[in-house]
Design a protein around this ligand. Structure first.
Ligand SMILES: [Zn+2]
Length: 64
C-alpha cells in the first residue's frame, strides 16, 4: 500500500508492526507509515476484493 502523505510504498504487515505498541487496542485498525508515522485507515477485506474484482473487470473490458 502507499502512504498518502509521503508516498512511501510499504507492505501492510510492515505498517501493522509499527502500531503493535498501541495502548488502546492490540489490533488497531490503522496502519502506520514506517517513514512518516502517518496513520492510514486499513481497507476492509471486502473493499479490497471489490477493488480487485473491479480492476479485473476493467482489464477484461480493455482487452475486448
Ligand atoms: Zn508516510
Amino acid at each position: 500500500m502507499k502512504c498518502p502523505l509521503c508516498g512511501l510504498e510499504f507492505k501492510e504487515e510492515y505498517g501493522q508492526s509499527a502500531c503493535k505498541g498501541c495502548a488502546i487496542s492490540k489490533s488497531c485498525d490503522l496502519i502506520k507509515c514506517p517513514n512518516c508515522g502517518y496513520e492510514i485507515p486499513r481497507e476492509p477485506s471486502f473493499i479490497k476484493s471489490l477493488k480487485r474484482w473491479k480492476e479485473k473487470k476493467y482489464a477484461t473490458n480493455r482487452k475486448g
